[in-house]
Design a protein around this ligand. Sequence first.
Ligand SMILES: Cc1cc2nc3c(=O)[nH]c(=O)nc-3n(C[C@H](O)[C@H](O)[C@H](O)COP(=O)(O)O)c2cc1C
Length: 360
Amino acid sequence: MSGNSIGVLFKVTTWGESHGPATGAVVEGCPSGIDLAEEDIQKWLNRRRPGSSPGSSARKEEDAVKILSGTFQGKTTGTSISLLIENTNFEKGAYENIKEVFRPGHGDFTYFRKYGIRDYRGGGRASARETAARVAAGAVAHKIILQAGVEVVAYTAALGGIAIKRGKNLEKTVTYEDIAANHLLCPDPDAARAIEDRLAEARRSGDSLGGIVEIIVRGCPPGLGEPVFDKVDADLAKALMSIGTVKGVEVGAGFKVAEMTGSEANDPMTPEGFLSNHAGGILAGITTGQNIVLRVAVKPIPSIEKLQKTIDVRGNPAELSVKGRHDVSAIPRIVPVCEAMVMIVLADCLLRQEACKFKR
Ligand SMILES: Cc1cc2nc3c(=O)[nH]c(=O)nc-3n(C[C@H](O)[C@H](O)[C@H](O)COP(=O)(O)O)c2cc1C
């Protein structure tokens, strides 16, 4: 009955439901003496907020974070950091039509089967509201990885079947500014325009869309990751798969390796470094020092207006059209959530590697 925490030395626990009074995170293991103010966290939360892109829901969530513990005079004290985000924007009656029926593709059916209780208001813990707490905790992790010179950049690589055109060096050169240039967090402005049209079309037809988010980690030192069960790729995959709508994670060449020969897949090594990066910066669960390259498959949002077959809580056949304020796609709002989860894992890996050095 647990499952709400991630990490070993840098440990994040999230709590709260979409329609409770608040949601939040408790961050344990953050070293003392790090500058940390609410504004440092707020700027990350603002990127995740609904309403910032054409595919986003029209919900107006303030997402204002409060630091309740773990800092003194603007610096971390080394004790648990408790972060609170109040839920301020409820739409009364918005969930009446799903009170008795399960939304296909959502967690309604499985939560009911597991817990025997139907909290129909917005998905409870399965709601994207929970991801606000992840992003707030990720902002704390960012402080740690920054000190080690590690940078995490994520962006929209494809949405609704429209993919970005990539220059050969995209992974090396893409910046936060490139991505922030449009509200789809997409580094290719032409693709972004085509995606906007595709989103508008999907919204008109009462449907939703999926896509791909890419995450690049630059400046990562070699040696991070704890074989055999806490290999860095295993930890990253778990962290990313724990986000709602994520149905797949690829590392480096990903599923393409299945079609390659050994001579194609291996990254040749020279005294000057690796000649390619099919491994995505990870070998045997340990970072190589190259960029870590990750890709996540994001499924379409389950709540759609199009009429679908379903069942009610008693198992009777029913039909459902979900009205109200829903995202057309989890992308781009999921982009900062992916960044946050990767930063949380890397902060933990960095602290564990320090502990490993201490032993020597
Ligand atoms: C950023 C983000 C926004 C989301 N917005 C919605 C939404 O508006 N409506 C909805 O039904 N699901 C939304 N979801 C998806 C559900 O949370 C998710 O599909 C559900 O928890 C079931 O989990 P699964 O897709 O991993 O199986 C969103 C997910 C994310 C990450």
